[in-house]
Design a protein around this ligand. Structure first.
Ligand code: TLP
Length: 342
């Protein structure tokens, strides 16, 4: 199977499995797991934030960030296709009691300008909830893996801070953004109050995400992780793979981007497929199939009989490249697409 449904499907490498088997562990709820402590220290160092916290998933990291940055009844401004608004099952309402004000990005990238964000800002009064948090997503998943440049995110953070509002970056794929924009993850997140990134996506670890921010923010986040049942005891077993992923995987993400670009260029040549390869900046390829004679569901089902897995919604299909996809797999995927469309 060539599994392009997501970069979450990667299997741990033999080196990761060896590191997991050999991991030094302790009770992380007591702060005594040396592997988790090392992982959190390295993450804080790499992002130049005061502290970091290992959490079970991107969703857990994001939701703890909403909880710590807001009070019930406040608002979060987020782009309308953002993961936190669409794919976290309403948890921001359940756990934090906040509502969203969503904005669009006029260029379709998923990265609204400060003007677009500030139009949704509300200071709060006797009728209107106050904006407490601005939510950025880099890369933007549903935008097609698009990158928010360092100066764009810095401008939003500076303006938000002038209004007394916090900014969180859902950086599930922030290392892809850094590689694609030839910047560091520090450049992309320096002015944000917190950032969440996933070890279990392009970086290839089996489990886990990191939440990073100020020491005060992380101390509160640690309490919320425990309340949510995310205190994981000998978590170093999985943290050891996360540590390897953090140290070694960013260097190879460019290969995934090259494979995604080759795939996008090949798809653009197929009749009825809508995609502009220039918009494919990282490892996510989203294309429109409404110009073909088949539905998205039919195409995905028929691809499966050619041993290719993809996901999608409405008239769009998403294919995500990752470390378990090799350059040679791309012509195979394109050939399968040709056969399915004919
Ligand atoms: N994204 C998954 C699906 O949930 C859509 C995927 O296959 O891409 N932020 C962003 C930007 C994400 O893309 C995801 C996962 C998360 C947060 C949540 O991470 P997990 O799955 O670890 O909870």
């Amino acid at each position: 199977m060539i599994d392009l449904r997501s970069d979450t499907v990667t299997k741990p490498t033999p080196e990761m499995r060896a590191a997991m088997a050999a991991a030094e562990v302790g009770d992380d709820v007591y702060g005594e797991d040396p592997t988790i402590n090392r992982l959190e220290e390295r993450a804080a160092e790499i992002f130049e934030k005061e502290a970091a916290l290992f959490v079970a998933s991107g969703t857990m990291g994001n939701q703890i960030a909403v909880k710590v940055h807001t009070r019930p009844g406040q608002e979060v401004v987020a782009e309308e296709r953002s993961h936190v608004f669409n794919f976290e099952l309403g948890m921001a309402g359940i756990l934090s009691g906040v509502t969203f004000r969503t904005v669009q990005s006029s260029d379709g990238s998923g990265h609204p300008t400060w003007d677009e964000i500030s139009a949704a800002y509300r200071p709060g009064d006797d009728h209107e909830s106050a904006t407490a948090l601005i939510w950025l997503e880099n890369t933007h998943n549903m935008g097609g893996g698009t990158v928010m440049a360092a100066d764009h995110s810095a401008e939003i953070c500076e303006n938000a801070h002038k209004l007394g509002i916090c900014v969180h970056i859902d950086g599930a794929r922030i290392f892809n953004a850094a590689v694609a924009s030839a910047s560091s993850v520090v450049d992309l997140t320096r002015h944000a109050d917190s950032v969440q990134f996933c070890l279990s996506k392009g970086l290839g670890a089996p489990v886990g995400s990191i939440l990073a921010g100020s020491a005060k923010f992380i101390a509160e986040a640690r309490q919320w992780r425990k309340r949510l049942g995310g205190g994981m005891r000998q978590a170093g077993i999985v943290g050891a793979a996360g540590l390897l992923a953090l140290e070694q995987s960013p260097q190879r993400l460019g290969e995934d981007h090259v494979n995604a670009q080759t795939l996008a260029v090949g798809l653009a040549h197929l009749d009825g497929i809508g995609i502009d390869p220039e918009h494919v900046m990282t490892n996510i390829v989203i294309f429109d199939v409404s110009g073909t004679r088949k539905t998205r569901a039919d195409i995905c089902r028929e691809l499966q009989s050619h041993d290719v897995l993809a996901s999608g919604w409405d008239h769009s299909i998403r294919m995500v490249t990752h470390r378990d996809i090799l350059p040679d797999d791309i012509p195979t995927v394109l050939q399968a697409m040709r056969q399915v469309l004919n």
